[in-house]
Design a protein around this ligand. Structure first.
Ligand SMILES: CC(C)(COP(=O)(O)OP(=O)(O)OC[C@H]1O[C@@H](n2cnc3c(N)ncnc32)[C@H](O)[C@@H]1OP(=O)(O)O)[C@@H](O)C(=O)NCCC(=O)NCCS
Length: 238
């Protein structure tokens, strides 16, 4: 359902039943037909239930409760400049990575949070090849993590990052990898990421360079640690 609503200017507040039919509090006397049989399903002793009630509560005489759903991350059908501007409020480089002068890889899969139809957080994901020592592996490259300026500190980054990593896990990928400025290391540590100690080389159009940002990793499989050895990203960074 969330997938179908994606892109529409709506927010799911609660799931509602379609109109229910209930008996009136004081039933109209009903006389059993001479031939017997089941009680009627239609007739004037029935009325439509109010759509914001739930059967269970009403049956016990308690008032029905309006439920407000907390935000959840959804997979986005697209993440173009329009969506980027929607989240960042038009800020061109919210992560401040333009000064690195690096060329970045587009993300393939996007997760976001919408509030009242407006996109307020995003995280992108792309599978990237990595060599660590003699080993080669595919990891889930996380990037484009951003929360709307007026919605920060409300757990939205946690939601989108978790959704992205759950997706990567479902694909059988063992590790997540990201790059960030040092001041964001504590934030990602709160989300279970760890700093990848050594300087890491990444590909650029003119050949490999040392990544000036911190590299961090997270395990997507319980108990599996990142392999030891010098890591090198065999693609553009994400
Ligand atoms: C970085 C950013 C995405 C964080 O978004 P957010 O929605 O405010 O983050 P959250 O509220 O989900 O915080 C996640 C966790 O980090 C913690 N946290 C937030 N800022 C922190 C900090 N400076 N130091 C340590 N922990 C921090 C939060 O308390 C929360 O932990 P908790 O869930 O255990 O309480 C947001 O500030 C932003 O969009 N910045 C500009 C873009 C950017 O720099 N993106 C990062 C690119 S790598």
């Amino acid at each position: 359902m969330a997938y179908l609503l994606e892109g529409l200017p709506v927010e799911v507040l609660r799931w509602m039943r379609t109109d229910r039919v209930t008996r009136k509090p004081v039933p109209v006397p009903w006389i059993s037909p001479p031939q017997g049989g089941r009680p009627p399903k239609h007739g004037k002793e029935f009325r439509f239930g109010h759509s914001n009630t739930s059967g269970g509560c009403e049956r016990h005489g308690r008032p029905a409760r309006m439920v407000s759903m907390s935000p959840s991350a959804i997979r986005l059908a697209r993440y173009t400049k329009t969506e980027r501007d929607e989240v960042s409020g038009g800020v061109v480089d919210p992560s401040g990575v333009a000064e690195t002068d690096l060329t970045w890889l587009d993300k393939e899969v996007h997760f976001g949070v919408r509030r009242q139809g407006r996109l307020v957080a995003h995280a992108g994901l792309v599978r990237v090849p990595l060599s660590v020592g003699a080993a080669r592996l595919q990891v889930a490259g996380l990037g484009g993590v951003v929360a709307a300026p007026d919605s920060r500190g409300q757990g939205l980054a946690r939601l989108v990052v978790t959704a992205a990593m759950e997706h990567a896990r479902s694909l059988g990928i063992q590790f997540g990898l990201l790059f960030c400025w040092p001041d964001l290391v504590p934030l990602y540590e709160r989300l279970g990421w760890r700093v990848l100690g050594d300087d890491l080389q990444v590909e650029q159009p003119d050949g490999p360079v040392t990544m000036p940002l911190r590299a961090m990793w997270t395990s997507l499989v319980e108990g599996v640690e990142f392999p030891g050895g010098q890591a090198r990203l065999l693609s553009l960074p994400m």
